[in-house]
Design a protein around this ligand. Sequence first.
Ligand code: COS
Length: 383
Amino acid sequence: MALDQETFNQFKDTLFRFVQERLIPAEDAVAESDLIPDEIVVEMKEMGLFGMSIPTEYGGLGLTMSEEVQMAFIIGGASPAFRSLIGTNNGIGSQGIVMDGTEEQKQYYLPKLASGEMVGSFALTEPGAGSDAASIRCSAVKDGDDYIINGTKRFITNAPEASVFTLMARTNPDIKGAGGITAFLVDAESSGITLGKWDRKMGQKGAHTCDVMFDDCRVPASAIIGGKEGMGFKTAMKVLDRGRLHISAVCAGAAERLIKDSLAYAMEREQFGEPIANFQLIQAMLADSKTEAYAARCMVVDAANRKDAGENVSTEASCCKLFASEMVGRVADRAVQIHGGAGYVADYAVERFFRDVRLFRIYEGTTQIQQLVIARNMIRDAS
Ligand code: COS
């Protein structure tokens, strides 16, 4: 643990108050404008939220996985857009460097990512390569001491804000699968990079994704994460294992928020002369949601503890992502049902959350990819 228990508890209390007093009241405005207000971004930076998972020697808070998921439970209680802004710096946009970067790369990038001065973005997905991540076609061809990058990346979270991309490109066209892939750190200002228009998403307004096009973009060989070709796919998979636990915690936090809103509504809304919370069919929905959110929270805490103890939690991370993302979808659906007609109009947060949480079953590995990873690992371990 990087922080002593008392300091960590204070940090948790501060984040809880920030979520209640600053983020939740700003949700409607963020959804309306598709932008997170600058003053909130500044506060997030001041609280250290961009660097929760970055080691203290590089300016981050150095939280353990167990501590990080506690924070993700809390921030999951506000619109996912807020979490998304700090999500890449804590996860897929920084962890490649933390796990596999050279000392020089760590010293240059991590303090800037931890403070939020830089936003990191993870560029793996392509128009033709999503779940089949090893089939990427973006190429990096050696030219003297440099590499020339060509290709298109799709649905790249925080690309419009990014200062640096962790880019997966194929350095060896003769190796068709994972072994030909190399991870590069590419500064967003490099010439030869253009961004597409912001994607018009179903939900998560305020969180931005777009295409990133590389057209003869020249980067030095020193931009390779860890300095070694062919290691990019493994870096990506390790980063995703970790990211899946964080996302699972966010799902549990979002479910708890939806339950809180649903319970409050059910206790206030009267039909047939009494609050609808008195009716057993409403109670059944509340109880099912409570039970499932609790199960997700317990799974995440267990997997995070195991990770901190040094276990390989690839299977458990996928179990958590599979269960928690599907669970929050069911909870959001019940939340809309409990709100009745009111749940279908934008006056209540559940309508927005219903659309926002749909993404959790898709990104950082779809539910079907989690099933595949879990079953493959089971078979491998048994044989
Ligand atoms: N940690 C470390 N290494 C891993 C790993 C992990 N979790 N998973 C796989 N690897 C390694 C394997 O050990 C293998 O190495 P060797 O060749 O040395 O044995 C290599 O990576 C290739 O693995 P594998 O053969 O399992 O790759 P596949 O192409 O079959 O694909 C899946 C694996 C489907 C699991 C992978 O493509 C995947 O996770 N896809 C989803 C991608 C995703 O989440 N996208 C979301 C967008 S990014 S936000």
